[in-house]
Design a binder for this molecule. Sequence first.
Ligand SMILES: Cc1cc2nc3c(=O)[nH]c(=O)nc-3n(C[C@H](O)[C@H](O)[C@H](O)COP(=O)(O)OP(=O)(O)OC[C@H]3O[C@@H](n4cnc5c(N)ncnc54)[C@H](O)[C@@H]3O)c2cc1C
Length: 453
Amino acid sequence: MKELTRRKFLASSVRATMFGAYALNETAFAQTTRWSNWSGGQTCQPRGRYDISSEDELARLLKTTSGPIRPIGSGHSFSPLVPTDGHLVVIDQLSGILDHDNDTLQATIGAGSRLGDLGEPLESIGQGMFNLPDIDRQTLAGATATGTHGTGLGLQCLSSYITSLRLITVAGDVMDIDASDADLFDAVRVNVGALGVVTQIRLQNRKSYKLKKREWAAPTEDILANFDELAASHRHFEIFPLVYSDYSLVLAIDESDEPIGQTIFPPGEEVSLAAVRELNADATPLERLTRNNAVGANIQTTEAVDVSYKLLSNLRNNRFNEMEYSVPITAGAECVREILKTIYDQAIEVGFPLEYRYVSGDDPWLSMAYGTEPHATISIHRTASQDYKPYFDIIEPIFWKYGGRPHWGKLHSLGNKELAQLYPRFRDFMEIRESMDPRGRMVNQHLRRLFIG
Ligand SMILES: Cc1cc2nc3c(=O)[nH]c(=O)nc-3n(C[C@H](O)[C@H](O)[C@H](O)COP(=O)(O)OP(=O)(O)OC[C@H]3O[C@@H](n4cnc5c(N)ncnc54)[C@H](O)[C@@H]3O)c2cc1C
């Protein structure tokens, strides 16, 4: 078996199960253009789109119009947060760094900025964001609205680094919100796009920094047995447990002063796994396990050093749908084992690995890591061209069994009664939402189920 890198494995294993990608029209904002999310799993035919160029224009719009309205980011949520037959509000033009402070290392940023467009300008003022998610195509407003997180036992979700934000309410009022209004601040930092339209976000950053990333493959059981220690000894540590395999792809990232560059150990020719996937198509679970283990044992180790924002996120060009829940870290390993076993025992047709990571506890009410304890987050994925529902329906009850809380931007089937059991301040959020938008102008069918019932 020839050797291949972890990145190549992910790319090829995904490619092999793809039967056609969804084209995302990222520029068309003409009225009545059909809206689609990144995976193509959510679509709608809005009455129109307001492409906002200033906060005044937005405030005027909200004051002088009626009818359903949903703010949108870059459409990278899998769940139906955006779909509406009313209007969409696009704030792409409210972007860039508006102000910064060299002493506090804070920066005020236009909320329509894509995360990936912030790395360089922040570096040029000597700042870097503490963490980034797996991809960086999301807008700052969209990512924080759903409590988007990266990996790191000592790192919180992106919303936790907000020190203040500006919200234009449904009534068109401008509100600058910070910790001096504690309840509203804790509600609005993860707002699911239900409290108004966020136009500016002030972030606590740190000095810009370099990271060293190491990727390799190892037996899943070996890693799970030592996960707490490994997570504690690296700034970022996560695994992608391979399905029908005893192996995981492993990722560890730490701060570094080494020169920028990349190394592959040992140097060798890379192979595509498309052929292996084709062989697996008609294979029994045991045959798949045998083949995938042979592949797992031969994955090359890679190392790279670069500025933080170039290493923390990845390109994910192969579209998929995803479900992610957080569970207490004491339950994480067992939950992963049960999911892998269920896939194997029920011979579920899936090629995507799981993703397993730790995040620090935090305090925005709707953060999936809300509380003092860290949480483990576990994701399952299915290629966008296949119906995700049969697979996700089998796995979701496993998350419930371990006390899982769903990610707002990812697929789940819970309503407000169940959610109120999982998020201690959920009913407080429902009250604030009701007071901010009593007529439910920002509530679509999905949000109604989440926050009204
Ligand atoms: C390939 C991929 C990888 C991902 N990786 C991760 C990951 O590593 N970690 C993680 O936690 N999540 C991850 N996600 C999920 C993603 O980060 C979230 O779903 C995020 O909310 C998407 O941001 P967006 O800009 O696309 O917003 P959208 O999906 O367009 O909108 C999300 C929510 O934000 C609201 N919103 C948007 N703009 C505003 C505004 N100005 N004011 C108020 N509300 C607003 C919307 O109404 C909606 O409720 C991933 C998604 C994909 C597709």
